[in-house]
Ligand binder design. Sequence first.
Ligand SMILES: CC(C)(COP(=O)(O)OP(=O)(O)OC[C@H]1O[C@@H](n2cnc3c(N)ncnc32)[C@H](O)[C@@H]1OP(=O)(O)O)[C@@H](O)C(=O)NCCC(=O)NCCS
Length: 181
Amino acid sequence: MILETPRLGLREMTDADLPALRAILHDPEVMVAYEGALSDEESLAWLGRTKQRYADDGFGLWAAVLGETGEMIGQCGITRQRVEDDEVIEVGYLFRRAYWHRGLAVEAATACRDWAFENLGTDDLYAKVRSTNVASMNVAIRLGMTMRRTFTTHYRGVDMPHLAFAIGRREWAARASRAGF
Ligand SMILES: CC(C)(COP(=O)(O)OP(=O)(O)OC[C@H]1O[C@@H](n2cnc3c(N)ncnc32)[C@H](O)[C@@H]1OP(=O)(O)O)[C@@H](O)C(=O)NCCC(=O)NCCS
């Protein structure tokens, strides 16, 4: 395991995770912010990109598995992303619908946030959020992020207004010392 939280483990995805990955990426409600469910081909490409990120960067979106059963119920991790002309480090999170509203996304993303500041030299950690994705904004805010700027991405033939949420290393360290660790 790369990370463990009270209820979850985070580990690299493998080809064996494709069915669980598809349970997330083929659900149109989960994928609203991505302009709808992915196809078989698109989810295979998603897994391929994720494995390439592990090889190139040493990190990527990881499988979020239940500590009790090992079942993959989501994806959460760190990726390199672009916000307009800037390359940023981002925390990403997508969970199966049956596991929403339990604090699992925040639990996993908090561990990833701490991992990023502890293991990478980055001064800022971002979350790119589509302007309609309130659940994702709430996760970003619970991570201690604030909205830095707006920008537009072009994905699957659609212009998508986005918000760039972020937390700086200094703000993260201040939160950590307030929390007593
Ligand atoms: C973004 C996403 C992961 C957030 O999931 P979520 O269920 O809202 O987030 P959490 O699991 O952390 O749950 C937080 C909610 O659970 C509640 N909760 C229940 N038990 C909790 C606990 N033990 N600890 C913390 N929160 C708890 C919180 O009050 C909060 O409620 P709210 O949603 O009414 O504000 C989810 O909506 C998703 O997968 N969306 C599709 C993919 C996506 O858009 N990803 C983001 C791309 S930028």
